[in-house]
Ligand binder design. Structure first.
Ligand code: MF3
Ligand code: CO
Ligand code: CO
Length: 255
């Protein structure tokens, strides 16, 4: 396992890529309304990334993924493929954006409510977001990845929810998925020790029901086995000398 420590030149490029990924989530927000298809959301994001940002949508053709963004709806956990399906009020949807700019990746996702937020949708989205924030707040040199996993797992499970274990956060840079793997469960005091200059994502997938998942016949879409609602939020985070810097913050967002 080799974790690449980023140089200041690389960090500069990662800041730009992170900012662009965040911007895509900002521009798509007004379109996430009942009646739009996830293909239309994909097209709007693709065009913005390619034509406005002069960047590359990293998912497109990544291990054969057919679209430019991931759209994961309701009981879909992650890697949902945009389609002709229309959003309807009461849906929750995760939109996951990864852009490549000047060879470096920025990766971020957030939940959206379609129409009026529902009680269950709000609960699972909020807890998943709190899990992300609690994980981020531990990031600094000397923290162990197990510290982050434990705080996320404890927050989810103490609220009666479960943590998906098959997918995790990841180092990111020139590579989309670099070392280390960032588990969203585990034991404090174990695992990799963080160092200044590491960059990785935290992206907890939290289910209302059981943690088990399966992959649909399209070979991509991950869904909860019990069809319970699932929510995920993701940021790309730099380890600084004293703590963290979130490279994918949206306008007006603070952690
Ligand atoms: N953006 C996802 C992540 O957070 C990965 C998507 S891979 C794809 O790691 F092929 F499904 F796009
Ligand atoms: Co990621
Ligand atoms: Co992502």
């Amino acid at each position: 396992m080799s974790i690449l420590i980023k140089t200041s030149e690389e960090i500069k490029k990662m800041r730009i890529a992170g900012r662009l990924a965040a911007e895509v989530l900002e521009i798509i927000e007004p379109y996430v309304k009942p009646g739009i298809t996830t293909n239309e959301l994909d097209r709007i994001c693709h065009d913005h990334i390619v034509n406005k940002q002069k960047a590359i949508p990293a998912p497109l053709n990544y291990h054969g993924f057919p679209k430019s963004i991931c759209t994961s709806l309701n009981f879909q956990v992650c890697h949902g493929i945009p389609s002709e399906k229309k959003l309807k009020k009461g849906d929750i949807i995760n939109i996951d954006i990864t852009v490549i700019k000047d060879d470096y990746h920025g990766d971020t996702s957030k939940m959206f409510h379609v129409g009026e937020p529902t009680i269950k949708g709000t609960r699972v989205s909020n807890i998943s977001h709190e899990c992300l924030v609690k994980g981020i707040q531990l990031v600094k040199p000397g923290t162990r990845l197990g510290d982050i996993g434990e705080v996320i797992q404890k927050h989810a499970e103490s609220n009666g929810f479960s943590v998906v274990r098959e997918y995790c956060g990841h180092g990111i840079g020139r590579g989309f998925h670099e070392d280390p793997q960032v588990m969203h469960y585990g034991k404090a005091g174990t695992g990799v020790t963080l160092q200044e200059g590491m960059i990785f994502t935290i992206e907890p997938m939290i289910n209302i029901g059981k943690r088990q998942v399966k992959i649909l016949k399209d070979d991509w879409t991950v869904v909860t086995k019990d069809h319970s609602l699932s929510a995920q939020w993701e940021h790309t985070i730099l380890v600084t000398p004293t703590g963290y810097d979130v490279l994918t913050l949206r306008e007006g967002e603070s952690i």
